[in-house]
Design a protein around this ligand. Structure first.
Ligand code: AMP
Ligand code: MG
Length: 422
């Protein structure tokens, strides 16, 4: 049995070596589809922004005598108007002349200052200045925000919604992004039935396929659900063969313990390598990962999950999700957010494995008025207790050699990725 930390290290090495022999593949997508994907090329600005000198305010663009800006009590003669999309076309302004102008409209080259409308008094075509306005005021200069040829987004950057205004304002409709990581997954277990099917004595509804789908669907991952596979070596091998040709990563659920019908591990061994088997984590001791050979030196990664619903969920989110993110970003392992929190009540357990107890983390104010995070462990921590899991927003990590923790102690907590707004 290896420690959780050792398993993480081995898994990272396995994934990095897979990345080294599997170059990235790009595809061209429109902006909406590219959300949540990684760029595979720098994006260079094709346009200066703004494209010309434009007004930052509604007001009057003036051609001031000696270009010193507006002086209080000066009067300018109105010559026309410039509005967004319709620039002033009445020729160059002479000193003492002005035009009406609106936000975003082109400032004529002959104007030196925009005076905001609150600072003037209008009398038909005569515009009286009520205050001084320094020269150059309220004008956004051409290329001020983005000069031509500026790199506006870099290779490897993740496209988030806040990048879309920038890209769209450049007239960019499509970008080159990394293809999604392909993840095929299947469950083993002859007792597993799909929702809607009648349960015979001893049957249960299958829940790990939906759970893998739910955890991974918020990442740039193409999910290939291969369903429930019969508990026979032939069926499992056939599934592994198909999965490894279609996917970069194959995830299995169940069948990795030492029971008579636990064939997954031996099937993977016959088709590739199981790098590790048994990790000192709780829930989830029967954890194995490695790779599947798919011919011509090419490999698919293999991540085995235990069958119990909670074990499967915890192993996926704590052990595999961080490296699935590495496989997507091709750079760094991204662990769930780790926080320190004060434990609500005494906790006693059997030591030996790093335990991920499901908990509820919440913000609180202590007696001295300081913000503090508190965490409560959810009652029974058996590895099939899906009710507790449903109420949790984190796991409390308890080191292998710790058997008792007193209320009020600081513990380390791993926050579920979808509960990070705590
Ligand atoms: P196994 O790892 O195959 O020995 O399964 C361990 C336990 O988890 C057994 O009680 C199984 O019935 C249960 N189990 C296995 N796979 C699933 C699944 N996909 N959904 C729900 N429970 C499962
Ligand atoms: Mg089974």
């Amino acid at each position: 049995m290896i420690s959780f930390a050792q398993a993480q290290e081995n898994l990272e090495r396995l994934c990095r070596s897979w990345l080294a022999s599997n170059p990235e593949v790009s595809e061209t997508l429109c902006l909406g589809e590219a959300l949540g994907r990684y760029l595979t090329a720098d994006i260079v600005a094709a346009l200066e922004l703004p494209r010309s000198d434009v007004s930052a305010m509604d007001g009057y663009a003036i051609c001031s005598p000696d270009a010193v800006g507006a002086k209080s009590s000066q009067t300018f003669t109105l010559k026309g108007e410039s509005r967004a999309g319709e620039p002033f076309e009445g020729g160059a302004l002479a000193p003492g002349e002005c035009i009406r102008i609106f936000t975003g409209a082109v400032v004529p080259a002959s104007a030196d200052t925009v005076v905001i409308q609150e600072n003037v008094e209008r009398d038909h075509d005569l515009i009286h200045m009520r205050h001084d306005t320094p020269t150059g005021s309220n004008i956004r200069r051409r290329g001020e925000e983005i000069a031509r040829d500026t790199v506006i987004a870099r290779y490897g950057q993740l496209i988030r919604p806040n990048m879309i205004p920038l890209l769209a304002s450049q007239g960019i409709a499509q970008v080159e992004v990394r293809r999604k990581l392909r993840v095929a997954f299947f469950a083993t277990g002859d007792e597993l039935k799909a929702a809607g099917e009648v349960l015979d004595e001893g049957d249960i509804y299958e829940s790990n396929l939906a759970s893998i789908d739910a955890v991974l669907q918020q990442y740039p991952v193409e999910l290939i659900n291969m369903g429930v596979i019969e508990d026979t070596p032939e069926a499992i091998k056939a599934c592994l063969t198909r999965a490894s040709t279609e996917a970069d990563v194959v995830i299995s659920s169940g069948g990795v313990s030492v029971g008579d019908y636990d064939y997954v591990r031996q099937c993977v061994e016959s088709m590739g390598v199981i790098s590790d088997y048994k990790v000192a984590m709780k829930p989830g001791k029967p954890v194995c990962f490695g790779h599947l050979d798919r011919g011509q030196g090419s490999k698919a990664l293999f991540f085995g999950l235990p069958g119990n619903a909670v074990s499967s969920f915890v192993v996926l989110t704590e052990l595999y999700l961080p490296v699935i993110k590495l496989l997507s970003n091709r750079e760094v392992v991204v662990a769930n957010t780790q926080r320190e929190a004060v434990l609500d009540a005494d906790l006693t357990r059997r030591g030996g494995r790093l335990e991920f107890q499901r908990g509820i983390l919440r913000g609180d104010i202590d007696d001295a008025g300081n913000q503090v995070m508190r965490v409560a462990a959810l009652g029974s921590q058996d590895s099939h207790r899906v009710f507790g899991l449903a109420r949790a927003n984190c796991t409390i990590k308890i080191d292998a050699d710790i058997e008792h923790i007193c209320a009020g102690s600081k513990v380390s907590v791993s926050v579920f990725p979808w509960a990070e707004d705590l």
